[in-house]
Write a protein that binds this ligand. Structure first.
Ligand code: SF4
Ligand code: SF4
Length: 418
C-alpha cells in the first residue's frame, strides 16, 4: 500500500473563493471520444447555457456556452478543437425549461443528461447518459465517489461540505427513479469529519444509504478498486459494473445532475482547486468551463514571467499533466491547477527493485512499459496490458531511479493507438 503525505492545506476548510470571469474562453469540442459539431457561426451572439455544439445518434451530447458573448474561431489546442467565446461580461442566460420531476421516467432522465452535457467530473469524462444506459439490469448499489486522494486537491471535499443537501437530493431522486436499494457515499478516512454532515443530509432527504470510510492509502478512486472496497465484489476488467448491480458517479457528476434537474442548468462551470507551492497558498473556486490557464495564472498565481500559463500542472501531481499551451482550458473533468516548485530530476537506470509493481493497483509491471515504449515494442506493451493502466502515478512516485514511468506509459498508449 502506498501512503503519500497529506498536502491538502488549510484552504480546504476556507470558504469558496472567487476568480473574475475571463475575457476569452476556449470551450473543448471533443469531450470524450467523438467530436461535436458547432451549431453557431463565428460572430454569432451566444447566451450562457445556450447550446454551442452537439453530436447526434447513439452518442447524442450537447455542449453549452459558459458565459454570454460572441462566438469566435475554432482553434487547435494540443491537437484538439476548441471554440472561442469572447465574454461580454453581461452574464445573460438562456433560461431553461424546469422539469416536473414527478413525471420524469428513466428515458427522459437519460436524454436530459445528454442534452445538459453531463459527463464524468472525475477525469475520464465518460458521458453520464451512457453510464445510465444499462438496459434491464437492476441496480442494487449506487456508489458516490468522494475519494479525492490526490495531494493538494480538495474541490470534492468542499463540494461535499457545502453542497451535501443538493447531493443527497439528487441521490434520492436517482434512487427512486432506478429503484436502487442503497446509496453509498465513499470518502477517505482523513475526511471523516464530513461523515455526520453527509449522514444528516441523507436522512433529511430520505435516502436509503450510508457513508463509507476508505483507507487513506493511494490510489482509491479507480472504479473497480472502489467497488471492491465498498461492496467486496471483484469485478473483472471489461465487465460492466451495472451488470453486477453497481453504478458509480463522482460527487462532481452528482452535483451536475442536481443542477440539471433541480435548477434546469446545463454543465457550464465546476469547482476547482488552485494551489501555488511557490507561495504556499491555495483556494477552491467555481470556474466557467473553457477558462484558460493563462487567465487563472494572472488572476491567482500572479506570474512574474512573460509566458505565464506555462510551468503548471493540470489536475493533481500524481495524475495530472504539465501544460504546454497557456490557452489550455479547464474542462468538465479538471479538478485543479497547481504551480509547483521546480524539482531537479535525477533519472537513472532501472535497478529491478520491483517497488513500482508492489504499489500498482492494477497489478501491472510498470518497468516493462518504460522499456518497451523506448524500444517501440507495441506487441510487448499489449502483452503486458498497458491499456489497463489507469495512470495513477503510484509507480513513478516510488521509483528510486526517478524514471518518468507515467510519461513513458502515456507515450506507449499513443504508440499503440497509431
Ligand atoms: S502502471 Fe499505471 S496503474 Fe500501475 S501504478 Fe503505474 S500509473 Fe498506476
Ligand atoms: S521502481 Fe523504478 S527502478 Fe524499481 S523496478 Fe520499477 S522502474 Fe525499475
Amino acid at each position: 500500500m502506498l501512503y503519500i503525505p497529506n498536502a491538502k492545506g488549510s484552504y480546504k476548510d476556507q470558504d469558496i473563493g472567487e476568480i473574475p470571469s475571463p475575457e476569452l474562453l476556449y470551450v473543448p469540442l471533443a469531450p470524450y471520444k467523438w467530436e461535436l459539431v458547432c451549431v453557431l457561426q463565428k460572430g454569432d451572439r451566444v447566451l450562457r447555457n445556450q447550446v454551442l455544439a452537439q453530436s447526434t445518434g447513439d452518442s447524442a451530447f450537447c455542449l453549452h456556452a459558459s458565459v454570454s458573448g460572441l462566438v469566435g474561431e475554432v482553434v487547435d489546442i494540443d491537437g484538439y478543437p476548441h471554440i472561442e467565446i469572447y465574454n461580454d461580461f453581461k452574464n445573460e442566460r438562456l433560461v431553461c425549461e424546469p422539469m416536473d420531476l414527478s413525471r420524469v421516467d428513466r428515458a427522459a432522465f437519460i436524454s436530459r443528461l445528454a442534452a445538459y452535457g453531463i459527463e464524468g467530473s472525475g477525469g475520464a469524462r465518460f458521458p453520464t447518459s451512457l453510464k445510465y444506459s444499462f438496459g434491464a439490469h437492476s441496480i442494487e448499489t449506487l456508489i458516490i465517489n468522494g475519494a479525492e486522494c490526490e495531494p493538494y486537491l480538495s474541490a470534492d471535499y468542499v463540494l461535499m461540505k457545502f453542497y451535501s443537501d443538493a447531493l443527497a437530493e439528487a441521490a434520492a431522486f436517482i434512487q427512486r427513479l432506478f429503484e436502487i436499494k442503497q446509496v453509498v457515499i465513499a470518502i477517505e478516512r482523513q475526511h471523516k469529519k464530513l461523515r455526520p454532515i453527509l449522514e444528516q443530509s441523507l436522512l433529511r432527504h430520505q435516502v436509503q444509504g450510508r457513508v463509507h470510510l476508505l483507507p487513506d492509502s493511494y490510489p482509491q478512486g479507480g472504479e473497480l478498486q472502489l467497488i471492491k472496497s465498498v461492496t467486496s465484489k471483484v469485478i473483472s476488467k471489461g465487465t460492466l459494473p451495472a451488470s453486477q448491480g453497481i453504478l458509480m458517479n463522482n460527487v462532481g457528476t452528482l452535483y451536475a445532475i442536481y443542477t440539471a434537474f433541480f435548477e434546469a442548468r446545463p454543465y457550464t462551470e465546476r469547482l476547482v482547486t488552485l494551489y501555488d507551492e511557490l507561495n504556499d497558498k491555495g483556494m477552491n473556486c467555481w470556474v466557467p468551463i473553457g477558462t484558460p490557464i493563462s487567465h487563472l495564472a494572472n488572476a491567482f498565481f500572479k506570474p512574474t514571467i512573460s509566458n505565464y500559463g506555462l510551468g503548471y500542472i493540470l489536475g493533481g501531481p500524481m495524475m495530472g499533466r504539465p501544460i504546454s499551451d497557456s490557452r489550455t482550458p479547464m474542462n468538465k473533468g479538471t479538478a485543479g491547477l497547481l504551480r509547483m516548485k521546480e524539482r531537479k530530476s535525477n533519472i537513472s537506470n532501472c535497478i529491478g527493485c520491483g517497488y513500482c509493481a508492489d504499489v500498482c493497483p492494477q497489478h501491472l509491471l510498470p518497468w516493462e512499459f518504460s522499456r518497451n515504449t523506448s524500444e517501440g515494442r507495441t506487441d510487448k506493451l499489449a502483452v503486458f496490458n498497458l491499456m489497463d493502466c489507469i495512470e495513477c502515478g503510484a509507480c513513478a512516485f516510488v521509483c528510486p531511479s526517478e524514471i518518468p514511468l507515467v510519461q513513458d506509459i502515456r507515450r506507449g498508449k499513443i504508440l499503440m493507438k497509431n
